[in-house]
Design a protein around this ligand. Sequence first.
Ligand code: NAP
Length: 310
Amino acid sequence: MSLTVLFAARNDDWHTYHEALEQAFAAAELDADLVTTADPEEVDYIVYSPSSSLQDFTPYTKLKAVLSLWAGVERIVSNPTLTMPLVRMVDPGMTQSMVEWVTGHVMRYHLGMDDHIVNPGHAWRPKAAPLARQRSVCILGLGALGRSAALTLKALNFNVTGWSRSPKEIKDIETFHGPEGLTGALRHAEIVVLLMPDTPQTENTLNKETLALLPKGARILNPGRGPLIDDYALLDALDSGQIAHATLDVFRVEPLPPDHPYWAHPKVTVTPHIAAATQAATASVEIANNIRRGEAGEALLNLVDRSQGY
Ligand code: NAP
């Protein structure tokens, strides 16, 4: 009997994913009906984004798993009706996109590009950048995205450190973990990249005290989630010169309200949550593979650990 896979996201997501999912299901030899409406009792899997009108999972009595289209699951994980296995999105296309965003913005800071791109007075300031190996970059979060970003920056010769909840071993990268490891990770970091999930434990990871641990004039990149940074502490640190500049892709409230101080701040670059979108073609292959695994009795990949919230 064929499986029923319900696609529950925004209407325009359906246009983006419909064909890619059908192709991926065919390639995985899945006998599955991909639908946007169904009798809840007939649904085997749900491909899901939190922007969907589906918020009550109680009627889905046969549901085997919910497969998120998003990497961040903070808006789903606390839904008390969602008791079935929840899979977060790990998509090689999205990972590549994040690596490119991080690398581009690290290079902007490393090379001091702004001095020359915006130079209305035609100032002549011949000061070459140091080599990448003389520049310390710290990645907070060494999961699917942070680890790939760290490896790419290491391949460019940056002096990379990383921090995560549990211990990690990554060749040529000094790693730290747990609350007690954060000081060591930040102490020499001239550029800090935040790639952690939004959980009660990660909220305000960068705050007044931890921003003060950084070398004066450090730069911040946040493509993770807005609550990872205490906004007021960051604004104070920018104004005092402790932090030289921040590039922020994610915010506590999105879209970032027009009167938010970040928009007008001369030391802040705002990008509108575009660091890494899920890529339909590659993400669909991951979804199809996970459904195939579920049907074959194999463990699902990238299951959310509800006790950790990510
Ligand atoms: P992931 O694979 O789950 O990795 C998360 C990393 O954060 C892991 O290394 C984890 O440590 C670490 N972490 C979690 N809680 C921690 C804590 N309390 N202390 C220290 N480290 C902690 O997630 P991912 O796929 O790399 O994605 C990371 C985040 O990026 C997502 O949650 C999402 O918020 C964001 N994102 C943003 C965009 C965008 O366009 N801006 C796109 C995609 C994703 P362990 O390794 O020990 O578990």
